[in-house]
Every structure is written in C-alpha cells, then in structure tokens.
Design a protein around this ligand. Structure first.
Ligand code: ACO
Length: 422
C-alpha cells in the first residue's frame, strides 16, 4: 500500500503523506501543499476534509455504524445509562460502580447556579425560543464562574466539567419552565441524572412528581443516541471556537447556536412542524414528497438525509423502537405518527430518495417521542443539546489536549479585482 502521493504542479514537486486511521480510513496530509506549490484545496462544507484526528467517535456512513470509544451505539444504548456514556465520552472509559456513584455525587453537589442568572432569564420575552435563552444563559454562566472553564488539562478541569454537567440541565429546564409560567426549581438529588432532568422539567409546584419509568428509560436512550457524532456542525463549532483558546463554557454556547439551525439539531422541531403542515393540508403525503423532489421548490423532507450516513442512520433504527415503546403506552394514537410512518414508507420506495441514499435520520423519530412525553415542540432542540453536551465537552478537551492550531480556513477570493474611489 502506498504511503505517499507525489504531486507535481508547475514544475514543483511535493510528497503528500498518506496516513491511516485505526479503522482503515485513509487521508492525504496536505499540510505542505501550499508552502510548496502555492495551491490550496477548495472544499465548501468540508465534505471531503478531515479537520482533526480523534479517538472519541467512529462512524461509517456506508455501513451505518456508530461507535463511541470502541463500543457500538447499539451496545451502549442497550446496556448503559446516560451518565455512564457521559463518563465514557469525556474520560475515555466506562465508570466502575464506585466511579459512577462518585461522579454522580459530585454532580449533585454542584447542582446550583447563581440566583442572579434568573434575572437574565426573566428579561427574555415568554415567547423567546428556548434555544436562544439556553445559549445566552450558558454564555452568562461564564460571568458567574470566571474561575472555571479554562484549559488546564483534563484532571485539573474536572470541577469545570462537573459544574457544566450539573448546571446545564438546570438552565435547560428553566427555559421550559419559563415558557409554561412555572416556578424555577432546582435538582432533586435523590434521582438519577436523567430522572432528575425529567423532574426539573415536569414537576408541578402543587403536586408530587414521580418520573414515569418507561419515559425515563426512553429518555436515557434518547440522550445516549444524541451524545456525540464526531465532527458535525455544532461539535466542529465548539472545537473551532475553543481553538482560539476561548474557555469551555463560551465554546459550548457557540455550539448551541450551531445546533439550533434546522439543517442540524433544529430538524427535530422542523419534522413535527412539517407533519402538522401535511395533516392540515389534507394529509396529501405524495404532494409533499413531490415538493421535496422539485428542484425549484426550497422544501426538503425534514428528518431525511445525512451528510455522512449514506445507508441508514443506526440511531433512527433504535429510535423507531423507542417511539413504539413510548407511544404504545398512550391511550390514543398520535395521528402525526401515522403520517410519519406513511411518509417514511413512501420516501423509502421513491427512486429520488433511493438513488440519493436519503434515509430517515435521528431527527425523524425523536420529535415524536418528545411529543408523546408532552415536551413542547420548541424544546426539542434543547433536549438534543442535553444529550450532545458530553460530546461537545469531550471534543473540546481533545482539541486542547492535541494542541490543535487555531481553526482558520482559507478562501478563494472572487470579488472585484481592484477599484478606486477617484
Ligand atoms: N429532501 C429532499 N432532497 C434532499 C434532502 C431532503 N431532506 N436531503 C438531501 N437531498 C438531496 C439534495 O437536494 C441533493 O440532490 P441533488 O444531488 O439532486 O442536488 C442530494 O440529496 C444530496 O444532498 P446534499 O444537500 O448535497 O447533502 P448534504 O450532505 O449537503 O446535506 C443534510 C445533508 C443537510 C442533512 C440534508 O440531507 C438535509 O437538508 N436534510 C433535511 C434536514 C435534516 O433532517 N437535518 C438533520 C440532519 S441530522 C443532524 O444534524 C442531527
């Protein structure tokens, strides 16, 4: 097997090394290309560019494989709790029982945020999107914890990581409680990490709250399925912001803004809105499939397609089963589920989607599950963020550990060559 490519341009020759990942992926190292030949590469959207070396997540889009630190997503989803997967992603190993207890206790101890953060929250209109509030509060957390979040090495950063894992569910639940006019509560430290998320979201002030075990189990799996996905848009954002040596918390706030977009984490909200629109329009599913295929129409089937998965998204397979479990316990069938199933079926049989290898992605079913749990549509991307937080932290830390240079792509200038005012 070749270990380099010799590249010649305008009489200048450069050896470009080829290196391999542990799963056999091969990459051309182009770092000397510009120095030697004056050429840069052009790759909008980074469709063909590896931005880093990473030991956190492996995915094979052709085979529909997703693995974290060497474990398959199916294995993790079946046998682990979210808190264990958080530990795995950030610290590299699944915790022993005592490590897990200690980790959880540390999080419980730090489950408080400065009461003045409520002042920032109150200044938002009730109609504000929860993602906008969450990104602001997360950035605001920096002001209240200025001693936390700068890179000092993973062991030294433990208390910053714990603080973020503890504070984030509080801030996320407050965005929901504000929109519902509910009092802003704190953690119930007798519950599991995920049981507590459900408690903080749903507890009514005048009633005891007992988390529904089927829903907590489903929530555990949902959060695991969202926990990391290598160099996606928001994780790349977190890495690139951190590469300027911005602290962890503001880097995460930037990741939240990236996640919000409807081509990324915002798609789970967009899927439900699309299904409602289809039903309101007389449930003419074919009409919407045709719109998605029409190149003159900007409409796309939300929850379909993926930059990397060109076979199927393994997360959506698992999610479909979780959806059946959670929706199965409901007395009435959600008409949106029926429309979703038929839409999926028709798209999977349609030549346009088959030839472009467009399959349902993680967002296609997650929204239906959140809806069945009475989580409002606007909160779906916040739920995604709760799951993705450990991935972002792990990616940020790895980027600093590897001493990556500041992220700064080049461009090809195509504007005016030169102009004069006089
Ligand atoms: N509906 C209709 N056509 C689609 C769709 C879709 N959902 N997705 C891709 N296509 C078509 C494109 O028009 C293009 O067609 P062409 O080759 O005839 O020009 C072809 O499939 C390839 O699509 P690209 O846009 O080049 O694929 P890309 O990798 O850039 O985009 C993306 C991936 C953004 C996810 C895209 O599939 C999409 O917009 N999907 C809908 C939004 C969505 O569900 N996002 C969530 C992704 S998962 C996540 O981020 C958590």
């Amino acid at each position: 097997m070749q270990d380099k490519i010799q590249f010649e341009y305008n009489g200048k020759v450069v050896d470009l090394p080829i290196f391999k990942g542990v799963k056999g992926e091969q990459a051309i190292d182009i770092r000397q290309l510009r120095n030697t030949t004056g050429l840069v590469t052009y790759d909008p959207g980074y469709k063909n560019t590896g931005s880093c070396q990473s030991a956190i997540t492996y995915l094979d889009g052709e085979a529909g494989l997703l693995m974290h630190r060497g474990y398959s997503i199916e294995d993790l989803c079946e046998n682990c709790s979210f808190i264990e997967v958080i530990h795995l992603l950030i610290f590299g190993n699944l915790p022993t029982t005592s490590e897990k207890d200690e980790f959880l206790n540390e999080i419980r101890e730090k489950s408080l945020v400065d009461e003045d953060l409520k002042g920032i929250l109150k200044s938002f209109p009730k109609t504000a999107h929860p993602m906008c509030i969450l990104a602001s509060l997360t950035a605001g957390l920096v002001a209240f914890t200025p001693h936390l979040g700068s890179y000092t090495g993973i062991d030294q950063m433990r208390s910053s990581i714990i603080k973020l894992l503890a504070a984030f569910p509080i801030l996320a639940s407050w965005t929901h409680r504000k929109s519902r006019g509910l009092p802003l509560n704190y953690a119930n430290t007798s519950l599991s990490y995920v049981g507590n998320i459900a408690y903080m979201m749903f507890r009514q002030p005048h009633m005891e709250y007992y988390p529904n075990p089927i829903e907590v189990k489903a929530l555990n799996k949902l959060l695991i399925l969202h926990a990391d996905h290598e160099q996606n848009c928001s994780s790349s954002t977190v890495r690139i912001v951190g590469s300027s040596h911005a602290d962890l918390f503001p880097s995460i706030a930037a990741g939240l803004s990236a996640l919000w977009g409807k081509l990324h984490g915002g798609a789970n909200q967009a899927v439900i809105e699309m299904l409602i629109q289809i039903i309101k329009d007389g449930n003419n599913i074919q009409k919407f499939i045709d719109k998605a295929k029409d190149k003159k129409d900007p409409f796309r089937l939300m929850g379909f397609g993926h930059r990397v998965y060109r076979n199927f998204d393994p997360r959506s397979k698992l999610l479909k089963n979780i959806a059946k479990e959670v929706l199965g316990q409901k007395k009435n069938v959600d008409p949106i589920l029926e429309t979703a199933i038929e839409l999926e079926q028709r798209a999977l049989e349609d030549e346009y989607f088959i030839s472009r290898k467009l399959y349902p992605n993680v967002d296609f079913y997650s929204g239906l599950i959140y809806r069945a749990m009475d989580i409002p549509t606007k909160m779906f991307t916040v739920m995604f963020a709760l799951g993705r937080l450990p991935g972002w932290i792990a990616q940020w830390i790895e980027m600093r550990q590897n001493n990556e240079p500041i992220g700064r792509p080049r461009q090809i200038y195509v504007g005016h060559k030169s102009r004069r005012l006089k």
